[in-house]
Structure formats: C-alpha cells, structure tokens
Write a protein that binds this ligand. Structure first.
Ligand code: 5AD
Ligand code: SF4
Length: 501
C-alpha cells in the first residue's frame, strides 16, 4: 500500500495515487480519459482515446500528445470501445502503479479481439522501462513511445498500422515541447498546468524518474508566459508551473543575455495578470532559495503554498536516499518559508521503510513531522525500483509488515496535524477561486484557498472562475466548509506597484 490521504475529500482522494513529478493527482482522476466536445472530430475520421496515470506531469503530457494527434487529424474520444487508437500514458514510480497499468492493458486486449484494427500504445515512464517486455514477450501493445518522443507518435502509429512493431523511447537533452499548445481536454476551464521543464538530474537513490524521463532541461520562458497569457484570455484563473524540481529552472534569455532562474520565471508569470493565480510544484529542499520565497511574498497572486518533499526525518536515511540535504538543512528551509511567507501552507512527501531504516530513524521522521506540522502529506512505503541506485546499492531489508506499520503511524500523525491545521482556520475568511460543483452536493461549489486547501460553500449564483471570500465554519481533516461573505477582490494595486517598480 502507498497512500496520500486518509479521508474522502472534495478531490475524491480516499487513498493512493501514483506520483511522479510530482504532486499526485486525485485518485478519482487516475485513468481519466481526455476529451472535449470540440475535439471529438478530426480531419482523418479517426478517433484517439488517451488514458493517463501518475503525476500531474503525465496528465500535462497527455495534453501535449492530444495536441500532436489532433494536428495529425485525430478526433479525441472518451470511449475506448469506439477508438481507433488507444493510448495509456503510464507511470513507473512504484510497483503498484505498473501492476495496475498491466491489468488495464489486458482489458484492452479483449477490446482488440473485438476490433483487431485498433492500435494500442503505451506512452510515458513504463514505455522507457519495459519496452521490450511489453512489445515482444507479452505482445500487449503495438506502439511504445517514451516521454521525449511524442512528436514521432503519428509516424509510429503509421508504422504499427503497416504491421510493424513501432518503438521510440529515445530520451532527449533538448525536447521541451516548448511551442506546442496543449489541448486542455478534461479541464474545468479555470485551472491548468503548464510544464516548465522536463527530466530530473537529482538521482535520489529510490527514484526511477531520472531513468524514465532523462536529463533535466528548462523550457523557453517566453513560451511559458505566452501559454499563461493565452489561458488567462480564455478564462482560466489559475496556472500551476510544473517540473520535477522547479527550483533548478534555468534558461538563458537571448534578449538580455541573462540566465533566468525560477524566481524570475515566477515573477514573469505573476505579472501576466493580477487575477491569474500562480502555483508551482515540486520544490526541492536543496535548491529552494530565499529569492523564490521573497518573490512569493511580493506578488499577491502567487499562492502561498509549497510542496517540499522531505522523504525522511533522519540525516543518515537522507544520505542513503542521496537527497543531498540533511535534517538541519531541511528545517532551516522550513524556517525560511515561515520567515518570508508566514501564512504559507506546507505539504510534503514521506517514504516509510527505506533500505536500512531503523526504528529510531523512523521515530525521527515522526518527530520532524511534529516539528513542522504539515498541512498535508503524500505518504508511501518504499517500493524498490529496478535499475535505481538504491536497488543496486542497498538491500530492501525492512520487512513489508514493518513498512506498513511505520506508514500507518505516519498517516495517523498526519491525520491529526491536517485536522488541527483545518481547525485553526475556523472563523477565518479565505479568498477562494470557484472551480466546480462539489462532488457531494449539487447545492454546493468548491475551490481552493491560497494555501491549497479545498473549500466547500453554498452555490448561490457563483460561477467557476470567480473569486469569493469564504468564512470557514466547519471542517474535516481534508476539507474546509463555509459560506461566501463577499466577492473576492485581488490586491491589484500591489501587483501594479511591483510592475512599475
Ligand atoms: N518507493 C516509494 N515512494 C517513492 N517515491 C518515489 N520513488 C519511490 C519509491 N521507489 C515517492 C517520493 C517522491 C514521490 C514522487 O514518490 O516520496 O517524492
Ligand atoms: Fe523527484 Fe528525486 Fe525522483 Fe528527481 S530523483 S524525480 S527529485 S524523487
């Protein structure tokens, strides 16, 4: 078992998610098929169906894939049964993720028997990891296309249709799909992801991502800004800048000759419009700078929320994980967040039972949690991934029962902290961006506050995309519940002042 949350919340997250780069998506969305009425028709009369697993980055990639396919003439459908092309965008982060996708592939085999002319392909992290196995031994798929090879997808499909097995899992040092405008397929029309970089150079010893997604590279900031502006003009009010490690964003601006880092990119996107909220994910403790925190403090429309994965509260475990920071460094970064952005929501990722983890090392993780008091956490037990540094160097020697028990202790403690954090919000008023109807009641809407907490409130006449001020009157450990007290107002003046400074 690996889990993220423990209460049913507005996101439908009762339990585990796959996560790759990184904040995981709600469980309810895992496997979600992308479609939009306007995209249902293509010029070649064929229909493509895309199912996505894993992290936000994968969902964002599926939007790029849809754009490439639409350009090549495909319509996009939500029905696998009628599709000419069925694609699974896969995740390898933990073994369970892969098992789930294999089961799904077998289900598609049944479909293929009914419609032999349909093409089945896998994209994403498993493509890179299991190409030969899936294609040759198990004969489950016709097309295998890795995360850096999506431009070649139409060609691969043509190859597969002519009876060949088609594979491209080449990783690239340059590909960022910079100028491709993603198709926002399953969107609420209010919030969107923007991918700002790809790959990861960190080599955390437990992680398969550097092998499946390749070297880190940053996308052209002009295209990121243009994408944010376009989204704003189309009615979107929140963008999340995505990367495996956003703090190492680095791009040479040809106009100024200067290297732009993440703090500059954040400011650039914040200046698109004061009513466009900006979020980002994921931060790495070793790279998170005070400049980024100062930028967050300066712009009211940069959300006061940081996802800062700790993984373990003990320095020796962190060393074995090759995280390149220790407990003290991490706590110093937390102190810096509290100093620069006092009202910041903080969440984390924790792995229980990593190689060689002793009971007292585990206790130190619980103590660190007590010290930080996270608003929320994604919690997993260690799952050895073939080919990683840890798999080669350290025995996976914590028994499964012990891993599960430690994970449960971590989850129980986080549950207390999440509830306590939400209780502290009772009586406060938050500015909330209205996203959609509440899952549980058509009479209620929901949206997030700055700190990324889901807030539920009475529907009245509010529409997705509007800002409202909500007085919090009740809560669970996963959701704040309240009523709208007035429409929200953005502190546009403050942003304008920065703009001219
Ligand atoms: N086992 C368990 N959890 C893992 N993660 C990454 N690799 C593994 C693994 N092999 C978790 C980390 C990371 C998040 C994306 O997934 O906590 O931050
Ligand atoms: Fe995240 Fe570390 Fe894996 Fe990179 S190597 S994706 S930073 S967990």
């Amino acid at each position: 078992m690996y889990t993220r949350d423990f209460n049913v919340d507005e996101t439908g997250a009762t339990h585990p998610l796959e996560q790759g780069g990184h904040q995981p998506l709600e469980d309810a969305l895992q496997g979600q098929a992308l479609a939009a009425a306007a995209l249902a028709v293509g010029s070649n009369g064929r229909l493509a169906y895309i199912e996505s697993y894993g992290c936000q980055m994968n969902f964002s990639d599926s939007e790029i894939v849809a754009s490439i396919l639409h350009e090549a003439g495909y319509g996009i459908t939500t029905e696998a049964a009628g599709a000419d092309l069925i694609l699974l965008n896969t995740c390898s982060i933990r073994d369970k993720a892969e098992q789930r996708i294999r089961t799904r592939l077998r289900e598609f085999q049944g479909l293929k028997q009914a419609r032999p002319e349909a093409t089945i392909g896998i994209l994403g992290c498993m493509a890179e990891r299991l190409k030969a196995q899936l294609l040759e031994e198990e004969k489950l798929v016709d097309v295998v296309c890795g995360p850096d090879a999506y431009r070649s997808l139409p060609g691969l499909i043509a190859e597969a249709e002519s009876g060949q097995k088609a594979v491209n899992v080449l990783l690239s040092r340059e590909e960022t799909y910079a100028e491709i405008s993603p198709l926002r397929l399953d969107s609420n029309g209010v919030t969107a992801f923007i991918s700002i970089m790809r790959g990861c150079d960190n080599m955390c010893s437990f992680c398969v991502v550097p092998f499946t997604r390749g070297r880190e590279r940053s996308r052209n900031a002009f295209t990121i800004e243009a994408e944010a502006r376009d989204l704003y003009q189309r009615g979107y009010r929140e963008v999340t800048l995505l990367g495996q490690n956003v703090d190492s964003y680095k791009w040479l601006n040809p106009e100024t000759g200067q290297t732009e880092r993440f703090d500059a990119l954040l400011a650039r996107v914040a200046l698109v419009h004061p009513d466009l909220r900006v979020r980002f994910s994921t931060s790495h403790p070793k790279d998170m700078t005070d400049q980024v925190l100062q930028t967050m403090a300066r712009y009211p429309n940069i959300c006061k929320y940081i996802h800062l994965p700790v993984q373990s509260g003990h320095s020796d475990v962190l060393e074995r994980m090759n995280r390149t920071y220790d407990r003290e460094w991490y706590l110093d970064r937390i102190a810096a967040i509290r100093r620069w952005v006092p009202d910041c929501g903080i969440s984390t990722d924790i792995i229980a039972g990593f190689c060689g983890e002793t009971e007292s090392e585990h206790q130190d993780t619980l103590r660190l949690m007590q010290e930080v008091q996270y608003e929320m956490a994604y919690m997993f037990y260690y799952s050895e991934r073939p080919g990683t540094l840890a798999a080669r160097k350290y025995p996976d020697d914590v028994p499964l029962e012990v891993k599960k028990r430690r994970l449960n202790e971590i989850i129980a403690l986080q549950s207390e902290h999440s509830l306590a954090s939400n209780r502290r919000d009772l009586g406060k008023v938050f500015r909330v961006l209205v996203e959609k109807e509440s899952r549980r009641s058509a009479a209620h809407l929901c949206g997030r506050n700055d700190q990324n907490k889901m807030v539920v409130f009475g529907r009245e006449d509010w529409k997705p995309g509007q800002y409202v001020n909500v007085l919090i009157e009740d809560c669970t450990s996963a959701t704040l519940i309240g009523r709208v007290v007035s429409p929200g107002q953005m502190e546009s003046v403050a942003v304008a002042a920065v703009q001219t400074a």
